[in-house]
Design a protein around this ligand. Sequence first.
Ligand SMILES: Nc1ncnc2c1ncn2[C@@H]1O[C@H](COP(=O)(O)OP(=O)(O)OP(=O)(O)O)[C@@H](O)[C@H]1O
Length: 566
Amino acid sequence: MTTEQVLTFNVASVVADVLQKHGPRFSDINLASRKADEASLRRYEAAGWLRKSVGVVVGKDLPAQPSEEEFRLGLRSGIILCNVLNKVQPGAVAKVVEGPCDSVVIPDGAALSAFQYFENVRNFLVAAEELGLPTFEASDLEQGGKSAMARIVNCVLALKSYSEWKQGGEKGPWKYAGNLKPSICVSGKPFMRKTSEPFMNSFSRTSSGGQKSLDGVCSEQALNGDLGHDLNEAGNLRNINVLVRAALSDKKPEEIPITVESMLSKVMEEFERRLANQNELEVECPINKKTEEGAATETKGKKHANLMSAHNEESKTRLLKQQMLIELQQRDIVELKQTLHTTKAGMQFLQVKYMEDLDTLGNQLHGLAHAASSYQKVLEENRKLYNQVQDLKGNIRVYCRVRPFLDGQSSFMSTVEHIEKGDIVITTPSKYGKEGRKSFSFNKVFGPNATQAEVFSDTRSLIRSVLDGYNVCIFAYGQTGSGKTFTMTGPKELTEESLGVNYRALNDLFLISNQRRDTIHYDIFVQMLEIYNEQVRDLLKSVTVHKIESMCQMQTLYLFHQQMML
Ligand SMILES: Nc1ncnc2c1ncn2[C@@H]1O[C@H](COP(=O)(O)OP(=O)(O)OP(=O)(O)O)[C@@H](O)[C@H]1O
């Protein structure tokens, strides 16, 4: 086929058909919803044009963007349709019933009005058919339904197209939906009103003249399932985008070029098939060979050729874009792989380092445990040595403390002549010679000025021996008023400095036991006893009295009362 010939189909519809037929998952992209949107757009277009054509007053019943039902009701009376048709083709409808009953009130208004409507609709349909427009059935306006609406909208849009063709000066043959208008194709066939035909038959879109005209073919094509694609080229272009995306959406990047290639080859096949069909049709239809139509056909052919090349260009551009996208994604994948590799290596390095750190920590812990056990051994050794020192110092230690003069006593009455470390010399003025001067030796002698802390300092080491498991006994001995209570407890008004041996010993006992609490658990018990006139009295259990003999058998005694007598 040469480019001079006219294409009776558009390229976009071929591509859309192929994509619909072969595009995978086409049904998944909600075809129904897309068709509904498309139908709505077409309906709005038809309604808008009708309203514009007939004006606000006549078109008051038809909203600008009507629903299917509103569209049907708006056109049901046929008034708008007839008026529009008369505007496009003056005199096409001879009589238009403007009111439901021409202002005559009829009791059974609804039925009669319906008849009046049929009259309008019938007249419109007859006139439209004579013009070669795709028509619908009068019952379509009564019953409604999707396919009925599609037929009505198609008819209105065809009328619109026809009107635009006329307004454009009727240049070239009028074509709608890719088919030449039969009034031009079929030469010598005048427009004929068929008002004399039976009412219902006159509404049939296929029965005109008892045979199917080219209009009929056109109508049939327009009314089949692909109505929207064949009628609206711009819509087809939009659809192609949607279909291409749908066909490629679930494909892997490496599959896209193969898929696109296969789609294009199918488009070419379909295109060639349709060309062949058209050739056959042209052979059968000598009308197309009219010389007066040659120029127009040539122009149309060129237009289609241009359109085809534009489509090819567009397809190539799209293919290039997709290839670029694929390359970009492949680069991203390579980068991601590298990142993954680096991260993996980093993780492995961290794992090795973590294991090394764990080993080091384990070794250090082992060293610490070893040091701790050594420390315990050293500590034990130290304890033994400490207590051996205590033994060497003497198991029994005797200290002497000289009480100072009390208030009211004169110091020149003192019998203490001399004190030096562990020795004290006492003089008795009433006796002379050897008897008047006596010397005594102790572990240590504390003079009248010795403080409570100094007295306790020599006793302190024994408290630690108690906690090491040794028995210790501390007691004070002396005549009445010599200062036993003062040394062991302290004065009546106690201060930190004046605390006696008992308080200080107990403080040390709890302090050391607390320091050792992590390694040794101590239970500490206290007894408070009074021994008087050879009788022992438990001050915490005042009823129990023991003989002094039984008391002597006790191996451990932590605390002694200041008046303990042996
Ligand atoms: N080193 C001292 N410094 C100051 N005052 C002391 C000292 N020793 C004892 N005194 C005082 O001497 C007095 C008698 O002391 P304390 O009561 O301790 O004697 P005691 O031996 O316990 O007597 P008793 O056997 O009758 O109970 C108290 O008033 C006490 O405060």
